[in-house]
Structure formats: C-alpha cells, structure tokens
Design a binder for this molecule. Structure first.
Ligand code: EPU
Length: 432
C-alpha cells in the first residue's frame, strides 16, 4: 500500500509524453480473444487495469509475449474456455467486454459483474443485456455473475441504445463482429476509443463502419486473423496534465497526442484564461495570470468528458468567482469534494451539480482518493497547494495513469511515494 506525499506550489514546466489510451486498451485486449492468430498491440499503457486484463486472458489460455515496454504479442488461438476467475474480473469495469468477445467466439460467456470506480449504486449494464438479447442470446444475472448463452452464432439486428453508453456500444460491436449478418447500433457513443476499437477490429479483418458517428454498422465476418495495431494516445491523461498546468501555472508541452480529441478540454481552459496552442501532434499549455470562472457540463463525446470533471472542478476552485459544474453522465461523481474541503475549497453539491466558489489557494492536508479521476484531481490540488499533501488510496490512480509521479516530477513537481506501515523518513523515495 502506497501514498503520495506532495510538497506543493511548484510551477510545472517542460515536456511530457502521453501513453496509450486506457479505455481503448481495455476494449482492444478482450477483442484479441476473437482473433485467430497473433495480434501485436503497440502503445499499450503500463497500468494496473491492463495488467489485470492480460492476466485474465492468460488464465484462459492466451499466450502473451512482451516484445518491448509498450508492445505485446497476444495469441488467443488456443483459448478453449469461456470462463476466468471471477475474483480478477470483479476488479475492473472493462471485464464486461469479455461478454461480447466470448459470446462472439464461443457462444457462451460467464463473467463476474464488473467492478471499477463506483459513482453511486451499481453501474448498470441493462443496455448491454438488451442488445445481446436482441441478437439471440439468453442472458441471466445471478449472484453477481452474468451468463450469456446462444445456441448458434449471434444474429445481426438493429439495436437502439436508450442511453448513450460507451460500454454497451463497445460490447455490442464485439458481439456483432463474428455474428451472422448485419448489426446496426443506433444512438451509439462516439468516443475516440470507440473509433480505435473499430480500427483494430477492421485491421484484423472485421467489417465495422460508422464508428465515431451515432450509427455503427457491423457486418459479421467468419474469422479474424492476426495483425499489428497501435493504440491511440490517452485523451484523459493528456487532459489531466493540461489541468495540472492550469492549476500550478507554468508552461508545458504535452507530446504524442491527437489535439482534436482535446478540443472540448482546450476550449474550457481557454475560457479560464489558459493559453493552449495546437502544435500538430503536441499541445502547449501555459498559465501565467489569474484563472477566470466558467461553467462546465459533462456530455458524451464530443462534449466535455465526465472523466475530466473532477480535474476541471479542482482547477475552478482556484478561479476568481463562482463556477457551476454539472455531471450529466454519472449520478454521483462528486465524492472527492469532501477531500478538497479539507484543503480549503468551497464547493456545494446539489445532486449532479456543484457550485464552486473560488479560493486564493489550497492548503496541504491528508486526503484520500475515492476513485481514479478523483485521485488525479487530488494530485492536481496537492501540486497547487501551499504546504504538504498526503494522498492515500493511490491504487485507484495507478489503475489508469502510467508513471504519473515520474512524469510530474520531471516537470518540477515534488512528489514522493511512501509505503504504509513503515517509517516515512526511511522508506520514502523520490521518483525522478
Ligand atoms: N448506463 C445505463 N445502462 C447501461 C450502461 C450505461 O444506464 O447499460 C448509463 C450509466 O449509468 C451512465 C451512462 O449510461 O450514467 C454512461 O455510462 P457508460 O456505459 O458510457 O460508461 P462505461 O462504459 O461504464 C466508460 C468508461 C468510463 C467513463 C464512461 C463515460 C471504460 C472502461 N470506462 O464507462 O471511464 O466515465 O465510459 O464516458 O471505458 C474512467 O476512465 O475513469 C472511467 C470511469
């Protein structure tokens, strides 16, 4: 068990590289289960959610070879089971993608209900179930286990999603890839990682069209063969560092990104008085003067991403005046507000909306991450704060950010990683 010790109030300056997208990687790895042959996947982020998924596949009989730090070869030709350890599946949200991949390949899936960050109550999968049922599967959920069975291959049909769901869109794309006939997913999500999954599947021989629009058409094919694929850069990782620079001040070039994916974030930061310059495959973020208040409402892509809501709300705490942030995607994504209050913030939450009164500065305090993006937001608060901030529960952060501490320290942050149950002064290490 680890915690981060941040000595704050240092400006961030320099250059950093962005890793492969977590939410693309966690869709593409299960998709590899449907490929008959070796797929080489490049630009994989080194994060715990990816490790867990790879372990699930290994346990099912996949052969996984590491080619270099960011590249692996996956060969699932010998996978002969639709079953993996439920305990491992429960650790991550994306385990639900195994339903689509296994149903497509074996006509059966037994998958533990997904874990991941809890934004209030059980995160529903009714749209996934509705889609698989329409395609001819029998789906039951008992004691937290989803069992989906189909006598023959899944059959293509038209599915209208009642809510724009990233997970249901991806899962149904997976199910449709080896199904009989054409599947049309209407009111589909349009996130960059959905396009990335479609590109991966097509490069292995699938026929997926329209990804990135609200109507995706998948014509089922008999088999997928092996190939190479490189995962897109992580939109949210890049956005998180943009927010960090906005909070601390300084000038940072964020490299290896697709600036278009960041438009929704860049626009808000510019409204707040931050300079954001598109450099083609990099972006320059600079903040010198005071921050201006603004209002943010999260929406499915291309709207402002819910996965950046805690980070932008944290920056808005330091803006002049009152800002309003509404999360229209998740019901209860403001749990981190109690932690920010320990650092002096003034935020009032009413349902899905937060009213943020600007304060001159955060004050360092002992706090706890409540989920992945909330954890990232608390790091941002700690970086901007006067004094020392100690963050517990950092395993949440490590689920989705590759080498966050060394990246930030390379920009001038002062963050140490300390271990629970030992004397900090002896066991603290500074990662440079
Ligand atoms: N929803 C339903 N029924 C469903 C599915 C979703 O009502 O069957 C609702 C949810 O309750 C929510 C909304 O639809 O209110 C959107 O949920 P969605 O299915 O899009 O979320 P998800 O697929 O479970 C992914 C990301 C999340 C990200 C959301 C929204 C992955 C593994 N997770 O979750 O990422 O917040 O899309 O963009 O891709 C994160 O990376 O920190 C993270 C939580």
């Amino acid at each position: 068990m680890t915690k981060y010790v941040i000595n704050g109030a240092n400006e961030l300056n320099g250059e950093i590289e962005i890793s492969g997208a977590k939410n693309a990687a966690v869709a593409i790895i299960p998709a590899a289960l449907m490929v008959d042959g070796v797929c080489r996947i490049e630009n994989l982020p080194d994060i715990s959610d990816v490790k867990t998924l790879l372990n699930i596949l290994k346990e099912m009989g996949a052969r996984i070879k590491s080619v270099n730090k960011r590249t692996i070869d996956i060969d699932c030709s010998r996978v002969g089971t639709s079953h993996a350890t439920f305990d491992m599946m429960r650790r991550i949200r994306a385990s639900y993608y195994l339903i689509g991949a296994l149903l497509s390949r074996f006509g059966r899936a037994d998958v533990a209900m997904p874990g991941g960050c809890n934004f209030g109550g059980v995160r529903p999968i009714d749209q996934h179930i509705k889609g698989f049922t329409a395609m001819g599967a029998n789906v039951h959920v008992r004691n937290g286990i989803v069992t989906a069975v189909t006598d023959e291959a899944l059959s293509g049909t038209t599915i209208y999603l009642d809510v724009v769901s990233v997970g249901a869109t991806i899962n149904l794309m997976l199910g449709a890839t080896l199904a009989k006939g054409m599947t049309v997913i209407e009111n589909a999500a349009r996130e960059p990682h959905i396009v990335d999954l479609a590109n991966f599947l097509n490069s292995m021989g699938a026929d997926v069209r329209g990804a990135g629009t609200s109507e995706i058409k998948v014509r089922g094919v008999r088999r997928l063969g092996g190939g190479f694929y490189s995962i897109i850069p992580d939109q949210i990782e890049a956005g998180t560092y943009m927010a960090a620079v906005a909070a601390t001040g300084g000038r940072v070039i964020i490299k290896d990104i697709i600036p278009k994916h960041l438009d929704c974030i860049s626009v808000k930061l510019r409204e707040m008085g931050v300079t954001v310059v598109d450099l083609g495959d990099a972006i320059m973020v600079e903040r010198k003067g005071p921050l201006t208040r603004t209002h943010v409402k999260t929406m499915p892509y291309p709207g402002f991403p819910t996965d950046m809501q805690p980070q932008i709300s944290t920056v808005l705490c330091l803006a002049d005046g009152t800002s309003i942030v509404t999360d229209s995607v998740w019901e209860d994504r403001f749990k981190y507000v109690d932690e920010l209050a320990k650092m002096g913030s003034s935020i009032r939450v009413d349902g899905r909306t937060a009213l943020i009164e600007g304060i001159p500065y955060f004050t360092g305090a002992p706090i706890k991450a409540t989920d992945l993006r909330a954890g990232a937001a608390l790091v941002i608060a700690g970086l901007a704060a006067k004094g020392r901030t100690v963050i517990e529960n950092v395993h949440y952060i490590e689920r989705g950010y590759e080498k966050m501490i060394s990246k930030l320290n390379s920009l001038g942050a002062d963050i140490k990683v300390a271990h629970y149950g030992r004397e900090d002064s002896i066991f603290r290490r500074r990662i440079g």
